[in-house]
Design a protein around this ligand. Structure first.
Ligand code: C5P
Length: 407
């Protein structure tokens, strides 16, 4: 039986934790609860203990608990740590690594995957500090699910409501691997195959992202996804288990590859975090740099064109490269039109990547069939002749196999 450790934070949405426990148990998932001091103002330990049929833990200083079930031990028997509701305060402490009560100490001490379901007032959710904290947590490999939009207990309306317990259970099941993440389509052969990369899990991102402006319009770029798909196919051809996280493209899934389709940069960041751990990551996607505050309804053509308020997207590559769950080999791409090697070398340092595959896009590369590559590594630069994208993919896959074999 899969087990979760459920941390119930201090918000009015804590009452939904009761339904969450009931639904988890119905789905065959065991639940043990930790209640924060704030949470105990909204639900009682007795309620959670009755629903989970397990003792509820509340204090770091409960000597009996520490003797029988130390705070480190507590998450050891769980397959996943779930924070619901995750308040702005809990998210901030998690992002900063603060451990000043049982819940936050557990979160800092655990080596288990963590899923957080935020719930807070809309302005707290949209505050720059919370946006920063959520981005940090996602970069650290924490799955932070999006809150719902709608009327809130505080009388305001907007994103920040705790998702319905059924939706949280679905996210828990995805994280536990009892249902597939983002409904991936698998072309993968059975495990235990052969090839130089057999037994390795490699993540590949590919394609553009679409950032919605309203329900019918979006910001996109000209990436075709062809190079990333070719790399995913070449790695699978060498025996790797490949998770291809693809933006909106119209390409067939290469044989042997498990594909997760996403639309926005944020969805791509979530899918990358959900697909970890991995031995290597090849970030080929042309991730949009900004997203807009999407209008709920189609924007009407008016007298003046609408002014788009743009916000920066998470840098998936940079976050992954600095994450504690960092794959051993992290590879980024750099599309450059001038001073290609100089810019790629700077990008390697800035992003914290092991390698940068720099391509000269001054010609017909975006959507074209060939690529001119300079492979920038710590040991130096290797410049390749202009090659079809399939050949680039095979050569890069061979370099990856060399590097992983050399570990
Ligand atoms: O910063 P720039 O877009 O030039 O960096 C390109 C590299 O960074 C590519 O490997 C791309 O996949 C990755 N990237 C990312 N997330 C972003 C922007 C770029 O993973 N938001």
């Amino acid at each position: 039986m899969k087990r979760i450790l459920l941390i119930v934070g201090g918000g009015i949405a804590a009452y939904k934790a009761c339904e969450l426990i009931r639904l988890c148990r119905k789905a065959g998932i065991g639940v043990r609860c930790v209640l924060t001091e704030g949470g105990s103002h909204f639900v009682t330990p007795m309620t959670l203990a009755a629903l989970s049929e397990q003792p509820v833990h509340t204090s770091l200083w409960d000597l009996k608990d520490e003797a029988e079930m130390g705070h480190i031990q507590l998450s050891r028997e769980a397959d996943l740590v779930v924070v619901a509701p995750a308040t702005a305060d809990l998210l901030a402490k998690m992002a900063a690594g603060i451990a000043d009560d049982l819940a936050t100490t557990l979160l800092l001490a655990t080596d288990k995957p963590v899923l957080a379901a935020p719930a807070m007032n809309v302005r707290m959710w949209q505050h720059a500090a919370t946006i920063r904290n959520v981005a940090t947590l996602r970069g650290d490999g924490v799955t932070v699910i999006e809150p719902d939009e709608g009327p809130m207990a505080c009388g305001e309306c907007g994103p920040g409501r705790l998702p319905e317990p059924v939706a949280i259970v679905a996210a828990i099941e995805r994280a536990l691997g009892t249902t597939p993440a983002s409904a991936p389509v698998s072309n993968a052969p059975p495990a235990g195959g052969s090839g130089r990369l057999a037994g390795r899990h490699i993540l590949v991102t590919a394609g553009p992202t679409h950032e919605p402006i309203d329900p019918v319009r979006y910001i996109a770029n000209r990436s075709s996804g062809r190079q990333g798909f070719a790399i995913a196919g070449a790695l699978a051809g060498m025996g790797a288990r490949v998770t291809l996280i693809a933006g909106p493209v119209t390409l067939p899934t290469p044989p042997g590859v498990t594909r997760v389709d996403v639309e926005t940069a944020q969805e791509m960041a979530n899918a990358v975090a959900a697909a970890l751990p991995a031995d290597a990551a090849v970030m080929v996607a042309a991730v949009g740099d900004w997203h807009a505050e999407a209008a709920a309804q189609k924007i009407k053509k008016g007298e003046a064109p609408p002014a788009l308020q743009l916000h920066e997207n998470p840098d998936i590559l940079a976050m992954l490269a600095r994450s504690p769950r960092r794959p051993r080999l992290v590879i980024g791409f750099a599309a450059e039109t001038e001073k290609v090697i100089e810019h790629a070398t700077a990008k390697r340092a800035k992003k914290g990547a092991d390698w940068i595959v720099a391509n000269d896009v001054s010609g017909d590369v975006m959507g074209g069939a060939a690529n001119t590559i300079h492979l920038v590594r710590e040991s130096g630069v290797e410049s390749w002749e202009t090659l079809p994208k399939d050949d680039v993919a095979h050569r890069l896959a061979a370099r990856i196999a060399d590097a992983l074999e050399g570990d």
